[in-house]
Design a protein around this ligand. Structure first.
Ligand SMILES: *[C@@H]1O[C@H](CO)[C@@H](O)[C@H](O)[C@H]1NC(C)=O
Ligand SMILES: *[C@@H]1O[C@H](CO)[C@@H](O)[C@H](O)[C@H]1NC(C)=O
Ligand SMILES: *[C@@H]1O[C@H](CO)[C@@H](O)[C@H](O)[C@H]1NC(C)=O
Ligand SMILES: *[C@@H]1O[C@H](CO)[C@@H](O)[C@H](O)[C@H]1NC(C)=O
Ligand SMILES: *[C@@H]1O[C@H](CO)[C@@H](O)[C@H](O)[C@H]1NC(C)=O
Ligand SMILES: *[C@@H]1O[C@H](CO)[C@@H](O)[C@H](O)[C@H]1NC(C)=O
Ligand SMILES: *[C@@H]1O[C@H](CO)[C@@H](O)[C@H](O)[C@H]1NC(C)=O
Ligand SMILES: *[C@@H]1O[C@H](CO)[C@@H](O)[C@H](O)[C@H]1NC(C)=O
Ligand SMILES: *[C@@H]1O[C@H](CO)[C@@H](O)[C@H](O)[C@H]1NC(C)=O
Ligand SMILES: *[C@@H]1O[C@H](CO)[C@@H](O)[C@H](O)[C@H]1NC(C)=O
Length: 737
């Protein structure tokens, strides 16, 4: 009886043992794996053994999914892909050095692992992990050691599994890349490959032979510019690691029970991601790259922008035109596009911003992780061949700099995508100007008032650029008051004394000489008159100041509200006084103190503005060594002393019409009288400006604001309300037309 139990127990143990030995996940130097045997990873996810693909007769050592029925066996890695065994003599071994060898007929090696780093291993084993990774490690290191002496994940075939790094170990010059099977019967490498290319910005690239087929676009810290939808998928997370040691792309499954793989299909010439559908027991296509006509590398040639929502999908980038219109017309995009207006590196180009694009490819691009966007722009502007730049890392507050040199290739337009790109254009095309049209124009006046030298520089800059352009370009060209200080500074050798008034190159002074300023003054006066009298509604602007006067390309002033992001066309004059805003320095005493406004408070503001234009000095913050008064007081003192012209900008004195300047000073003093009823109406002002009739003598103006702190108030939050004074007051609410 006892014996029976014992033999039964022995028998049972033997069965267990044989089961275990059938499903091992590792071999040591004393074992081998012959054709017909397999390694099975711990949880059965993956298996390794010998197989014959498709209609082939060859035997290969491979790794496949363990949980998928044999009839749809999916091989993810092949050892001897270029060296098949044509019978069942295959034998896999691990040597005591840790080197792994696959032997075929007559024990000749058909494949082996690299053995460079396997010296001095104590107890090497070859193990198939649940990730599908086949690794050599030292058994003495313990089961959880990730100190692999060799791993199949470093030598992928056509499949990227979760947790597998695609890319470079720069320390040992190892590139992990995929190469498709030649066909379903032959795992030897086809010419379709996929990996990270390090030139300039590292990117994932699919090539067919040596030809680029698809690029991922720049990694911007959040995703790839060329695969925007990836970020928010349900199946996997991914990352791009780029440091001194490594550059790689990796992904992980959100739900470990899901099976998902990326592989290259030579027949279709694409990279596909499939996920396993347990209920239908087959693989379902999840994503594919290239996905559409615009994913395919560079269909639109240099400086083209591929947009699948357009017909034809090849467009030139904004501010570019076809290099060969005939060919472009006949759907031959290969010649690409060229700038509408030639760049003028020396004169300072500008940039326009493209949104939702895949960043371009160029043989020459540079990245700098420590520069910010501003530095990036400045650096790009410095180099005449730098054609585009953008933020490298858009997450957080944005950091880093990517720059492109030469023609811009393979830009794709997306409907929405966080990626932006700034492309170099001639200053006159620059959007930086156009989008901030108003502000820039307003800046002219402000510059005139605040920085006379800066103004000259601008004038100089405008004239300089004009010199390079044909006649028909002049009008638009005058819009190139895109003068970020940097640009101006570059265009003028950093405000060098060469550009000072009255020295060198004299004609430049003419652009904003007295005649121009007088034109601007009269324009403002007429504009205000229009608001007060000629428009359908009577409008009181209440915030007339230099910053709210825009100049169009012909230096015609338009009155506007500073914050209104609109361009005014033609002779139209509009105001939006929905916002009740005033600015110290321009506010009439009765408005500042009592909140009373009228056409006459606008007249007061006009007077200040007039004085500012004449003197090229701001009332607000005006200071004079001899007294503490403001600009009005200064003008009044000089008037009383009989030297009114001294208030004028020095350079007007020789160039301008003295009597006209004097007349304007006189009018300005009338406009800033203390009491509203003592100020002329705008119609009277316009009359005064246009005639030579004698003007009434001014009384002492309202000096109210002389010591007020310069700051802007927004009285909409205050309680000034909409009080009125006298009959002529009308409320100023006007919808923008
Ligand atoms: C099998 O391969 C060996 C060596 O590669 C070769 O000599 C032999 O002819 C092959 N046999 C067949 C049936 O293809
Ligand atoms: C295999 O070994 C046998 C006997 O040594 C020899 O006759 C045969 O040519 C060898 N085959 C190959 C492919 O080396
Ligand atoms: C691998 O080891 C063999 C035998 O020791 C040696 O001949 C060969 O050069 C080694 N290969 C590499 C890549 O180190
Ligand atoms: C890196 O490997 C490539 C081939 O894979 C070779 O052309 C290149 O010279 C190697 N670079 C270094 C620094 O070893
Ligand atoms: C590639 O796609 C073709 C066409 O759909 C298909 O027949 C073939 O099996 C695919 N290749 C692989 C290796 O799955
Ligand atoms: C998967 O199986 C379902 C049902 O058998 C079938 O309708 C579907 O076309 C299959 N999908 C693929 C990609 O083979
Ligand atoms: C291009 O095509 C348009 C419309 O089809 C035509 O008007 C234009 O003349 C063509 N231009 C050239 C250069 O062929
Ligand atoms: C990156 O930019 C910083 C700041 O301009 C500069 O100091 C650094 O040298 C640059 N790095 C490279 C690699 O050009
Ligand atoms: C502009 O940048 C390119 C690419 O980095 C470089 O080859 C060239 O020397 C630079 N030119 C100047 C003037 O710095
Ligand atoms: C991008 O910037 C964020 C925020 O500054 C930082 O946490 C992240 O590591 C950066 N990513 C890369 C790839 O530099």
């Amino acid at each position: 009886m006892d014996m029976d139990i014992l033999s039964l127990a022995t028998c049972f143990l033997l069965i267990i043992f044989s089961k275990i030995s059938n499903a091992v996940n590792m071999i040591s130097p004393s074992d081998s794996l012959a054709d017909g045997m397999k390694l099975v990873s711990n949880d059965g996810s993956f298996e390794m053994g010998f197989f014959t693909p498709g209609s082939s007769k060859n035997r290969y050592l491979g790794i496949w999914y363990g949980n998928i029925p044999m009839q749809s066996r999916t091989v993810v890695w092949v050892a001897n892909r270029i060296n098949p065994i044509n019978d069942s003599t295959g034998l896999l071994k691990i040597e005591t050095t840790g080197r792994v060898v696959l032997q075929g007929q007559n024990r000749t090696a058909v494949w082996s692992s690299t053995n460079s780093s396997t010296q001095g291993v104590g107890n090497p084993i070859l193990q198939l992990l649940d990730s599908g990774n086949l690794v050599v490690r030292d058994a003495n290191d313990g089961d959880h050691s990730e100190n692999y002496l060799w791993q199949s994940f470093d030598y992928p075939t056509d499949t990227q599994l979760p947790g597998m790094k695609m890319g470079w170990d720069l320390r040992i010059n190892l590139s992990r890349r995929l190469a498709a099977w030649k066909n379903p019967d032959d795992p030897s490498p086809g010419d379709l490959t996929y990996g990270i290319e390090l030139q300039g910005n590292p990117e994932l690239v699919i090539r067919q032979g040596s030809v680029k087929r698809y690029r991922s676009g720049l990694w911007n810290g959040d995703g790839f510019g060329g695969a925007p939808i990836y970020r928010s998928n349900q199946v996997f997370t991914y990352d791009f690691v780029w440091n001194e040691d490594e550059v790689y792309y990796i992904y992980f499954l959100k739900d470990k029970s899901v099976m998902s793989r990326v592989f290259l299909n030579q027949t279709k010439g694409v990279k596909e991601r499939y996920t396993w559908k347990p209920n239908t027991q087959n693989w379902t296509l999840f994503t594919v790259h290239p996905d559409d006509s615009c994913d395919i590398y560079g269909p639109c040639g240099a400086n083209g922008n591929c947009d699948t929502s357009k017909f034809p999908f090849c467009q030139c980038l904004k501010t570019f035109k076809p290099k060969s219109p005939e060919r472009w017309n006949s759907s031959d995009w290969s010649q690409g596009c060229i700038h509408n207006k030639p760049l003028n590196c020396q004169g300072g180009d500008g940039f326009i911003r493209l949104q939702s694009v895949k960043t371009p490819d160029t043989p020459n691009s540079l990245v700098n992780k420590s520069m910010d966007l501003k530095e990036c722009r400045a650096r790009c502007l410095q180099n005449c061949s730098c054609m585009a730049y953008t933020t490298l890392n858009i997450t957080g507050r944005g950091s880093g700099c990517a720059m492109w040199f030469g023609d811009l290739m393979d830009i794709k337009q997306y409907e929405s995508n966080v990626q932006e790109l700034y492309i170099r254009v001639s200053a006159s095309e620059s959007e930086e100007l156009k989008s901030k049209h108003k502000m820039k124009h307003a800046l002219i006046i402000s510059t005139l008032l605040a920085v006379p030298l800066g103004l000259l520089v601008v004038v100089y800059y405008i004239r300089r650029s004009r010199g390079n352009l044909k006649d028909e370009d002049h009008n638009e060209d005058l819009e190139l008051e895109v003068f970020e200080l940097g640009t101006i500074s570059r265009a003028t050798d950093g405000f060098s004394s060469n550009n000072k008034l009255g020295q060198g190159d004299k004609t430049r002074c003419k652009v904003l000489d007295w005649a121009k300023r007088f034109q601007i003054i009269c324009g403002i006066a007429r504009g205000l008159l229009y608001l007060h009298q000629d428009s359908r509604l009577r409008i009181i602007h209440r915030d007339l100041k230099a910053g709210n006067v825009l100049l169009d390309s012909k230096m015609n002033p338009k009155i506007s509200d500073f914050g209104l992001a609109r361009t005014f066309g033609g002779d139209q004059t509009e105001a939006n006084t929905n916002r009740v805003v005033g600015t110290y320095g321009y506010m009439a005493p009765e408005y500042a103190i009592d909140g009373l406004f009228s056409v006459k408070s606008d007249v007061f503001s006009f007077g200040i503005l007039l004085l500012e234009i004449i003197s090229a000095t701001k009332n607000r913050g005006f200071s004079h060594p001899d007294h503490r008064g403001n600009l009005i007081e200064h003008a009044w003192r000089l008037w009383k002393k009989g030297k009114p012209l001294e208030v004028a900008d020095n350079f007007l004195v020789d160039t301008g019409n003295e009597s006209e300047i004097l007349r304007c000073i006189h009018i300005s003093l009338l406009c800033v009288q203390q009491h509203p009823e003592e100020r002329p109406t705008m119609s009277l002002v316009v009359l005064m400006l246009g005639s030579e009739n004698e003007l009434p003598p001014p009384k002492q103006p309202g000096f109210l604001l002389q010591n007020s702190t310069p700051f802007e108030i927004d009285s909409s939050s205050g309680n000034h309300g909409l009080s009125s004074s006298k009959n002529e007051v009308t409320l100023s609410l006007l919808e923008p037309r």
